[in-house]
Design a protein around this ligand. Structure first.
Ligand code: UDP
Ligand code: MG
Length: 312
């Protein structure tokens, strides 16, 4: 029996890498026994020749389907577009730069045939990422997993295989702001892991600046945890208790020793500290309210301009 499988790949300004990608991926997929592949290439509003190159691919090889988005929606939206288009019995998600080794796909398919519903690729060696990126990533995971019920496995990217039932479950999640790592973890299912070493990018540059990774981390935490909201109740209560104790102390001191010299410095300190604490907590409320506002608009996650697909 031949399995119909899909590969979903987001492309954003990857023109230099497309030839390498198509060659490597075609030879890798050819080695996987009894499988028919469709390759869903999502062009996430690239401004270089990525789209044209993808269209050329789709003309020369009918397995390639190109989904063109109307602008750059970001990787998460591009993945969603790809998953919506994919029709395979299992779907593999991989980055266009092939930093995650394509050979692993064969192992993933094997595990899936043995009954796994999700096969995760885990990077055991991230020396191709910078020290700063590794450190911040590891802080993010430990903070995230401490404060939210849904645990995201560490060192696992978007590179994975999912059974049709998992993809269908993902499609039922209505949120606009899609933190895919979290959503993948949220749906659950029988999961196994395959380890690999992550290679450096062959061509092009990373599309994620430190600032966009910071925003991504805030997205992840606010999507899956309300601890940052609740923490203020405890900080407020602790502050109130301390203030009360301090008040009692001052009253007693005044009663016993008489009025002291007015404590300008301590009052100033208390006011500024409490003021800044309040501003921070309002800011955190703002993060959540802003997201609720965006969700209530109920806009589609992406807009598709066109699908290119050669029908033989
Ligand atoms: N990507 C995308 N839209 C974006 C940014 C990135 O579709 O707005 C794609 C990109 O083309 C690549 C994948 O997401 O296929 C991962 O991006 P990148 O390699 O820059 O991330 P890194 O490996 O540095 O985390
Ligand atoms: Mg990359």
């Amino acid at each position: 029996m031949v399995d119909n499988l899909s590969l979903v790949v987001p492309f954003y300004n990857e023109e230099e890498g497309i030839d390498f990608f198509s060659k490597t991926i075609s030879s890798t997929l050819a080695k996987i026994p009894s499988s028919e592949w469709e390759l869903i290439c999502v062009d996430d509003g690239s401004s270089d020749k990525t789209l044209q190159k993808l269209i050329d691919l789709s003309l020369s090889d009918s397995r390639f389907k190109v989904v063109e988005l109307s602008r750059n929606f970001g990787k998460e939206a591009a993945l969603t577009a790809g998953l919506d288009t994919a029709s395979g019995a299992a779907v593999v998600v991989i980055d266009a730069d092939l930093q995650d080794p394509a050979e692993i796909i064969a192992t993933m398919v094997e595990k899936w045939r043995e009954g796994a519903e999700v096969v995760l690729g885990r990077r055991i060696d991230r020396s191709s990422d910078s020290v700063a990126k590794r450190a911040t990533a590891s802080w993010f995971y430990s903070l995230h997993n401490r404060i939210s019920k849904i645990k995201i496995p560490e060192n696992v990217g978007d590179f994975r295989l999912m059974d049709r039932c998992v993809v269908d479950a993902l499609k039922t999640l209505p949120e606009q702001q899609r933190f895919m790592k979290g959503l993948f973890a949220w749906v659950g299912f029988r999961t196994v892991t395959v380890d690999y070493v992550r290679a450096p990018r062959v061509s092009g540059v990373t599309k994620f600046s430190p600032f966009s990774l910071w925003n991504f981390a805030i997205e992840g935490i606010t999507s899956f945890s309300t601890v940052p909201l609740r923490i203020w109740t405890y900080i407020g209560c602790t502050g109130a208790l301390l203030t009360l104790l301090y008040g009692i102390f001052i009253t007693l001191r005044t009663m016993i020793f008489g009025s002291a010299v007015p404590g300008y410095a301590s009052i100033f300190f208390a006011i500024t500290l409490l003021g800044s604490v309040q501003i921070i907590s309002v800011g955190i409320l703002g993060e959540y309210i802003g997201r609720m506002y965006m969700e209530t608009k109920n806009r589609p996650i992406y807009i598709r301009r066109k699908i290119y697909h050669r029908i033989d």
